[in-house]
Design a protein around this ligand. Sequence first.
Ligand code: UD1
Ligand code: CA
Length: 458
Amino acid sequence: MNKAVILAGGQGKRMKAEMPKPLFRVLGEPMLRWVITACESADIADICVVKGFKGEMIDEYLGKKYTTVLQAERLGTGHAVQQAIPFLENDTSGNTLVLCGDAPFIDEETIRNSLAMHEKQGNAVTVITAELENPFGYGRIIRSAKGISGIVEQKDATDEQKAVKEVNSGAYWFRTADLVELLGKLTNDNAQNEYYLTDTVSIAISEGKNAGAFKSDNADIIKGANDRKDLLELNTYARMAVINKHLENGVEFTCTDGVIIERGVEIGVGTEILPNTILRRNTSVGRNCVIGPNTVVENCKIGDSVKLNTVQAYDSVIESGVHIGPYVHIRPDSLIRSEAKIGDFVEIKNSTIGEKTAIAHLAYVGDSDIGKRVNIGCGTVTVNYDGIAKSRCVIGDNCFIGCNTNLIAPVKLGKAVYTAAGTTVTRDVPDYALAIDRGVMKINEGYTLRKLKTKLGK
Ligand code: UD1
Ligand code: CA
C-alpha cells in the first residue's frame, strides 16, 4: 500500500512564535492540513507525521487519526525520515511519498502524475521538481542521460551547479523497501553536517537503481513560508486562487478588498460577494445571493436569493429568500426558514425562525422556536436564562409580539397570540389570546409647569 511521511519538525524561528511552522494557517487552515488534504485526495490514507519542535501541539491538532513520530534532535531531512522507519516497515510493499509539512500547495494532480511516472520508470526514488527563476537556497537537480544523478544543496554546490534552475521541491516518491535501505546508508559528510534525504538519490544510483525527476508545471508546489511576510504572501496567493475559481464558476465580485473565502466554501452562480466578506469552513451559499458588505459566515448552509448585509453568522442554516441585516448576529444552531426578515441589531441563538417571520429591529431571540408569519416587535427579549438554567420559548404561527415584550422562559404562546407592548409574559398563553401586563396609566395634568415653578421659584 502507498503511504506518506510528512516532515513537520520545523520551528520557524523567524515567525517569532512558539508554534511548529506547519501549524501556521493559510486561508484558515494549518499548512499541515493542506498537505494532508492533498495526500488524502490522492487516496493516500496511511500518513505518518514527523514532529519536532513543540511536537505535542502537532499531536493535539491531529488527534488520533494519524501516526506521529518524534525527531528529538534536528539532524537533517534524512534523519527526520529515519524516525519513521518503524512506520515504513509495517508494510514495505508499496511506495512512500515524502512531503514537507510547510509547503501547502502540493496538489493531488502532482502527486498522482509523479507516482505514475515513478512506477512506469521503475524508480527507487522520483524527485518532484520545478523550475525557479531564482533557485537560491534550494537543492539543485543534476540531470544525467538516464534520469538524474543527484541533488546538490546550495551550500555544497559549485558555481556551475548553482546556475541550474531546476530545484528539489522537497517532495519525493520512494519505493518503500528501497527507502528503508537507503536511509540506513546516509552519512552527514557535507557542509551542514546533516543527514540529507537528498543523498538517497546518488546512493540509489551508485547501487544501480533508477532515480528520476518529475518536473511539475506548477512551481507553486514549492512555495513555503519562513517568516510572517512569506505567510502573508501564501495567504494572498491562496485567496486569489480561490476567488478566481469562483469567478470562473459565475460568482460576481466587483471589488475583492477584504474578501477572504476559505477553500471549502461553495457558492452558486449569480451570487454577488461584496467587500469585507469572510466565508469560512464548510459554508455553502446558493444562487443569486448578495453576501456582504462586512459579513462573516462560518460553517453555514445558505439557500438561494439570500441577502446578508453586515451579518455575522455561525454554524446555522439560512433558507432561501431570507434577508438579514444590517448589524445582525446569528449564533450557532439557528435555523432561519425561507423568506424570513431579520433587521438591524438583532441577535439569534439556537433558535428556529419560521417562514416569513419578521424580526425587524433590536431584539434578542435565544433558545426559541418561532412559527410562521410571526411579527416580533422592536425590543423583544426572550429571557432564556435565569442564572442557572437555559429554557425555551415557543411562539406559534401568526403571533404578533408587541414592542418591548419580555418572554420569561420556559413559556409557550399558542397560535395568533398578541402580546401588548411592554408586556412581561410569565405564563403560557392559549391560541388567539391577548397577553397584556400593564399598570393603569395615569395622567398628571399641569405637572411640568408646577415643577418648573417650585424649582425656579416663580
Ligand atoms: C530541503 C532539501 C532541498 C530542497 C528544499 C525544499 C535536503 C537536504 N534539502 O532543503 O534540496 O530544495 O528542502 O524546501 O533535504 N526538517 C525536519 N527535520 C530536520 C530538517 C528538516 O523535520 O532535521 C523538515 C523541515 O521542517 C521542513 C523540511 O524538512 O519541513 C525541509 O527542511 P528545510 O530545512 O526547510 O529544507 P532544507 O534542508 O533547507
Ligand atoms: Ca527550506
